[in-house]
Ligand binder design. Structure first.
Ligand code: MG
Length: 374
């Protein structure tokens, strides 16, 4: 069945993160925004996807509306392999990592939603998985800018909410210690978002070596410096990276350099579910653990649940530690006692609540159909 229309829209929900709200890529971050991609087929099926995200949303949306959606409308919605090859080849001069691949990811996720709905199977079944038990999650705390009292308070609150693994977005050993004291029976991870050059990163890895971190995430700038990252492994802390990696070949470069212990591919960024499958298999073939990157709250998060349930041996789902009053994909985006249930309905298993979409819409949708954009 052919794709007859693609719509992009944004929902923006107020949230409380347990501290002052930060800047994100230089912009004030006071709403949790989701870039939704809705794909319609000629027989009336509708699939939902999500494209990354946060401060990149205006760029990603423009990439979809102006370039990618017109390439996909009119194509066979089930011919995912050929579509991926042709669309990604068609746009590769515009960037192999960034808004265009994020945009394609959102459409590809929606097409998998349609595949599942057409087959009458939840995505985890399409991927070959059995009905999963609720998946363990970890709390991914936002940055408190080095405020140790806020780190301690939110770590203790996350532990009390049932999380046994808690990730900090901080830059200091003091923050790690504050978290460990606040939740002595939790495992702590530290994500520094590429803050250090390799020399600084080696010094920090040496100082953190005996602190029992579950992993140290993206310690090296720039993220494509695979050999700089590999130079930290001598200190024995498990290293994780992948949310900024360009697809299968980006992961191959990290693995060949011996740079990572834990791979973190991101379904809304990397090219969608098909690319996630290939990356997960590559990592498994090299004995690299997989911990999916999922700091989002829409169809990309739902896709992450299904992928983790079907393909990852010991999954642990990343959940941003913040409170939203409501979400169009409730209740599936909310952990209970540190665990997440996986939807059973066909496809991703949850279409957004229309009343919630209307309530939190940020402007009107943009629609691309055959020969028109509205
Ligand atoms: Mg990260």
């Amino acid at each position: 069945m052919r794709v007859v229309a693609i719509e992009t829209s944004i929902v923006a929900m107020p949230f409380d993160m347990g501290g002052p709200q930060p800047l994100f890529a230089g912009q004030p971050w006071d709403r949790m925004e989701i870039l939704l991609v809705k794909v319609e087929t000629e027989d009336g099926l509708v699939g939902w996807g999500e494209a990354f995200g946060h401060a990149a949303i205006p760029a990603t949306r423009a990439a979809i509306d102006c370039i990618i959606a017109p390439l996909v409308v009119g194509r066979d919605a089930g011919d995912l392999q050929a579509l991926r090859r042709e669309v990604l080849h068609g746009i590769h001069l515009l960037g192999r990592n960034g808004a265009f691949v994020y945009g394609f990811s959102g459409i590809e996720i929606a097409l998998w939603d349609i595949l599942g709905k057409r087959a009458g199977l939840p995505l985890y079944r399409l991927l070959g998985g059995a009905k999963p038990a609720p998946l363990p999650a970890y709390a991914s705390l936002l940055s408190y800018g080095g405020d140790l009292a806020l780190v301690a308070r939110n770590t203790a609150a996350a532990r009390a909410a049932g999380y046994r693994h808690i990730k900090l977005h901080e830059l200091t050993r003091a923050a790690v210690h504050a978290a460990q004291q606040a939740a002595p029976d939790a495992r702590i991870m530290l994500d520094v978002n590429c803050a250090w050059n390799p020399v600084q990163a080696r010094a920090m890895a040496a100082s953190l070596a005996d602190d029992g971190l579950l992993w140290l995430e993206e310690p090296v700038w720039p993220p494509e410096d695979a050999h700089g990252l590999a130079s930290l492994r001598q200190h024995g802390i498990p290293l994780s990276a992948g949310e900024n990696v360009a697809g299968l070949y980006g992961f191959r470069a990290l693995i060949e350099a011996g740079a990572i212990d834990v791979a973190q591919p991101s379904v809304t960024k990397i090219g969608g579910i098909g690319e996630m499958i290939r990356v997960i298999h590559l990592c498994q073939a090299h004995g690299i653990e997989v911990a999916l990157h999922s700091p989002y709250f829409g169809p990309g998060f739902l896709a992450t649940l299904h992928i983790a349930a079907a393909l990852v041996e010991a999954p642990m789902i990343e959940v941003l530690w913040l409170e939203m009053e409501a979400n169009p994909f409730d209740p599936w985006v909310r952990p209970r006692d540190g665990h997440l249930a996986v939807p059973d309905a066909p496809g991703l298993g949850c279409d957004p609540d229309p009343a919630m979409l209307a309530r939190y819409a940020k402007g009107p949708p943009t629609r691309t159909g055959p020969g028109l954009r509205q």
